[in-house]
Write a protein that binds this ligand. Structure first.
Ligand code: FES
Length: 284
């Protein structure tokens, strides 16, 4: 958790070092932290953690960290521009070189060492897949430590699929499969399937034996993915999920993100489904 001096709400100042278009209205922001305290705070962030990113004058919003720990010094976040989102519009208006604020790293993370030796099923939907990129990269960088890895990756249309330039590397890794699906497949798109991620999941039909599932996406997707996983024989103890909360402070103070007595920002955002199954209904 950030302890930025005496004020954990103050962002560290950084510079927008680069951007890249990931998909329609979804841009990757590469941020170079400039303050020594900020660099120190983010020296050891982990897959699954998040941070608040601010465009000064437009506000801040939470984003899962999508850069890969240990690979370079730039922090990366995938930001989807929302038509009425003051912060996302403010971020999308920034030019390379502009100042930007980052507050974090916040929350817990995927305990990647605890799931070594397991087969891994990764399910990402739309922009929700962004925090799963460091999970996938950690597996591929340490390929012998993990079993068969199956990635199910979904979006509404092909133009909304993120990290498309990494798919070849994912597919080429040993014992690794990538299955894509979109809600509406244009006639000339042959890279994947048409339909919901739950249909794809049931068609691929992964075995629950010695398998951990990792799901990130909107609550409604997590709900229906869970139903399909249950049909396939998975238990809630095999399902890791990362939740999107209605966050304001990110540090367990404001109560905005609570699910019952759980603070999504501080106790999560990563949970075993069995920890939050009843509480998740309030998200739907
Ligand atoms: S966002 Fe304020 S308590 Fe979680």
């Amino acid at each position: 958790m950030s302890d930025n001096g005496s004020n954990p709400m103050r962002p560290y100042v950084g510079r927008l070092a680069g951007t890249k278009e990931l998909a329609t209205e979804i841009r990757l922001f590469q941020i170079e932290l400039q303050e020594p305290a900020g660099k120190a705070a983010f020296a050891n962030y982990r897959p699954g953690q998040f941070a608040f990113v601010s465009a000064f004058g437009s506000g801040e919003a939470p984003f899962g960290i999508t850069s890969i720990p240990g690979r370079g010094d730039l922090l990366e976040f995938a930001v989807q521009r929302h038509p009425h989102g003051k912060t996302t519009n403010g971020l999308h208006r920034l030019d390379v070189g502009d100042p930007v604020g980052v507050r974090g790293p916040l929350g817990n993370w995927f305990a990647m060492d605890e799931i070594q030796g397991k087969d891994i099923l990764v399910l990402g939907g739309g922009i929700g897949g962004a925090p799963l990129r460091p999970v996938i990269s950690t597996i591929l960088d340490n390929r012998d430590e993990y079993g068969k890895t199956t990635i199910l990756w979904a979006a509404r249309t092909p133009s909304l699929l993120i990290f498309t330039d990494e798919y070849d590397a994912w597919r080429a890794a040993p014992r690794t499969e990538l299955h894509l699906t979109v809600d509406q497949r244009p006639p000339d798109w042959r890279e994947g399937n048409e339909g919901l991620i739950t249909t794809l999941l049931e068609n691929v039909g992964p075995s629950p034996e010695n398998t951990i599932t990792i799901t990130c996406g909107p609550p409604i997707m997590i709900h229906f993915v869970t139903l399909s996983l249950r049909k396939l024989g998975f238990t809630l103890d095999q399902m890791l999920v990362t939740l999107e909360g209605r966050m304001h402070c990110g540090i367990g103070k404001c109560g905005r993100c609570n699910l019952g007595d759980i603070f999504v920002c501080a106790d999560g955002p990563v949970f075993y489904h069995s920890q939050v199954a009843k509480l998740l209904e309030s998200f739907l």
